[in-house]
Design a protein around this ligand. Sequence first.
Ligand SMILES: C[S@@+](CC[C@H](N)C(=O)[O-])C[C@H]1O[C@@H](n2cnc3c(N)ncnc32)[C@H](O)[C@@H]1O
Length: 505
Amino acid sequence: MTEAPERYGLMWPGKRAAARSAQARASTRLIDVPELSVGPGTSDSGGGTGDGAGDSDGAGDSGGTGNSSGTSESNSTGNTIIVGDNLEVLRLLRDTHAGAVKLIYIDPPYNTRSDFVYNDDFSIGVREFRDRHGPHDPRDGPDSGARLHADWLSMMYPRLILAREVLASDGVGFVSIDGNEVAQLKLMLAEVFGARNVVATIVWVSNLKGRQISIGGPAGTHEYIVCFARDAEAIARFRGSGSEFHERMPAVYRRPGYRVKHDEHGPYVTKNELYNTNSRFNERTAPTLVYRIHFNPTTGEVRVSDVDDDTEFPGFVTALPHPNHRDGLRWHAWRWSRAKVLADSDDLEFEVSGASLRIRTKVRDVDGMTLKDVILGPTTAEGQADLDALGMRHLFETPKPVSLLRTLIAVASDDDDLVLDFFAGSGSTAQAVLEQNAADGARRRFMLVQLPEPVSPRSDAARAGFETVAALTVERVRRAAERVGQNHPTVDCGFRVQRLATASE
Ligand SMILES: C[S@@+](CC[C@H](N)C(=O)[O-])C[C@H]1O[C@@H](n2cnc3c(N)ncnc32)[C@H](O)[C@@H]1O
């Protein structure tokens, strides 16, 4: 008997049904909630409650447009908060926003089984598991993790399938996660987006003191931000400002130490000489990159000639390639071809000292730096402080620090890109978009989705008058927008609130 071919992949009970739920058509529509919306084109009457008490889930109906773009009127805001289950909302966005989202940031429940204002426990008991999925496959022993992870996977799977539909061809996604589900998440992303499109796993050191209350093992200090792309080959490098990185994360980025110089094309720094410091590139391995360069300090003219041709040019100083000390070799290669040296000589700095000539390459992006895959600076406590600063102390347990999100948003989006967060929580992503726009002048738009999940009756949020997490989201964004708008009147600080219509509406 021949054995069935073995397959590679992530399996769990409930996967088929989860995939089907992504394919299902949306059964509802979006309607506007003008009384919670803010700014031109949203028909608001001043916006929000102003005192922290939230409307429960955006009751009220404008009659509804079903259009979630928020840009139907020319001067209307491009920002949107949608109150509803993100699965149904993503089904709607699949039709209205296919390929339109440049950056997805999500911070889903981590399945840590903690008692938060939102549900963070997707584990199920033995009996419930059997009722739902039938008896355990005998190969899934009690420690296989199926009861702990299956429902979390089934929750995430259709949402990621739909997320792929709305992501732009050069779009990037970030998912915050901790050690509980990072393995499952990465395998699932690899299945949905393709293994090559799981681009990086960024470590965020969220609490360097370490969670001293951890049960057994080391005290946790970090979580992850898994980065994926619709097409890894189409995404840009995560470039940002070296001085801003240094300010936010001094332990990871040194203060940019290069002296800024100027020429007729503007500022530049020099970091490297023109010769290739790697001795493996030499006259044998790269013969076309081994030649003489001549520079005329009076006229600025540049010439090149063969390395063994000792013709002298009057008025010119000559640079031979760098000597190579490897056995049997004479020269290091240059990093640039002859043609490039002649065409782009404005991007070379020639330092003449007597008869010797040193050549360096000019870097025009003087403050530019690529984001590293460790983030150490913004902390969990800072996320709380951001909420405190808006007068919303202790109203949400797990807000991400705005500066962390700004770092991601700054390197992976610009212009008028759309930033989507469909597990919005306290709405930190919206604040980060607004603050980053204020800082760099871009006109990014945000779209948040948040379930009208009732807050626990014993929570500070309930005591402050909020009935749902979504009400809290709207209020936080309203306060953050008001603050940004005061100092930056040109930033679009309005937002349209929409919600899923109920069956009878
Ligand atoms: C970890 S929190 C996000 C925190 C957020 N990043 C912040 O900085 O405040 C996850 C959020 O996802 C929401 N959520 C869970 N399931 C959802 C669903 N099906 N649709 C929309 N939101 C959901 C929860 O209510 C919770 O607010």
